[in-house]
Design a protein around this ligand. Structure first.
Ligand code: NI
Length: 326
């Protein structure tokens, strides 16, 4: 598979920064990925030269959403080779970001690893219809999506990512272009940890108070900032203050996501109150609004996760909760 190098990067003899530096690939150059390792390296070919490069410096595009074929599972391997040891096994109904590799194999992005899964174990999902969504699709299995707005933020986002990782929970982050440009490393970490990234405009204006042209530019500039920092395009859009109209919904070219549970974290800044609101309001298909910009959401997150899991809610990303599964 051909991928683009996002910035000029060193290529090493083995998957180790202390090994011999072989050469540098130039920014925006296309290289061929032959394999990826669990610890974040890709074995690439740049013209006649081969070597190991940090997977994070590669931009994978275009990608599509796929679901593991029911009732099977998919074994993910580090190289596209059936005799290779399994690196992870994905069960139905896991939804993954996938990239075309060849006739038999697909590259799937799961957690921190990029791996190869046989194409016949994945079913391509149609893109989610444009429109406005306050909550997700209810399924037999109780599901809920946790969302964080207004980051990335140096003080809170890294610790929120740690809590999510500790509980193996995937969330959705609606970031502003301004903050992504300021803190590209944190934005990249959100994606590498397997969370969904959404567009929350560039400078957080009330979109219904500015011209449609300015609103569209707010969205486009943010898409570009996110792609530059993370290598992926955002998949969902949330208008600041939940303020939108039909023209903005169309201009976003992504599903417009509002919420059904407002934790009001920014207002009361109280983790106990945050949990109370979730307990009182949450139900199957809820989209919970939090912010990675205050202590209440950081301190209250662990208890919210525990409460939801004890009550048999599966915590999923926004794109997942908008996808009907059994
Ligand atoms: Ni906001």
């Amino acid at each position: 598979m051909k991928v683009k190098v996002s910035h000029t990067t060193a290529v090493y003899e083995s998957n180790n920064k202390r090994s011999k530096k072989l050469f540098h690939t130039a920014a925006h150059r296309h290289v061929i990925v032959h394999a990826t390792t669990k610890d974040g390296w890709s074995y690439i070919q740049d013209g006649e030269r081969y070597g190991y490069i940090a997977t994070t410096s590669l931009t994978y595009a275009p990608h599509f959403r796929a679901i593991i074929n029911h009732p099977k599972h998919a074994i993910v391997r580090i190289t596209p080779n059936f005799s290779e040891k399994a690196s992870t096994t994905l069960q139905y109904p896991t939804i993954v970001n996938a990239y075309e590799y060849d006739a038999k194999w697909t590259i799937v992005h799961t957690n921190k690893t990029l791996g190869f899964a046989p194409k016949n174990r994945l079913k391509k999902l149609p893109p989610i219809k444009l429109g406005k969504y306050n909550s997700g699709i209810t399924t037999k299995k109780k599901r809920v999506a946790i969302t964080f707005d207004d980051g990335p933020n140096t003080k809170y986002t890294p610790n929120i990512l740690k809590t999510l990782e500790k509980h193996n929970v995937k969330a959705t982050f609606f970031v502003t272009g301004n903050n992504v440009t300021k803190y590209p490393t944190i934005a990249k970490q959100i994606v590498l940890d397997g969370h969904e990234i959404g567009n929350h405009t560039y400078s957080h204006p009330k979109l219904t108070s500015i011209s449609l042209k300015s609103a569209t530019s707010q969205i486009t500039k943010t898409n570009n900032a996110i792609e530059k920092a993370t290598g992926v395009q955002p998949t969902v859009f949330r208008p600041p203050y939940g303020s939108y109209n039909e023209k903005i919904v169309q201009a976003a070219k992504m599903p417009t996501i509002l919420w059904s549970v407002d934790t009001l974290d920014w207002q009361h800044r109280n983790p106990t109150k945050l949990l109370q609101i979730v307990k009182r309001q949450v139900k199957n298909g809820s989209i919970i609004l939090m912010h990675d910009t205050n202590n209440a959401s950081l301190k209250g997150l662990e208890d919210v996760i525990k409460y939801l899991q004890q009550n048999n809610y599966e915590i999923v990303t926004v794109s997942e909760i908008l996808t009907p599964v059994q």
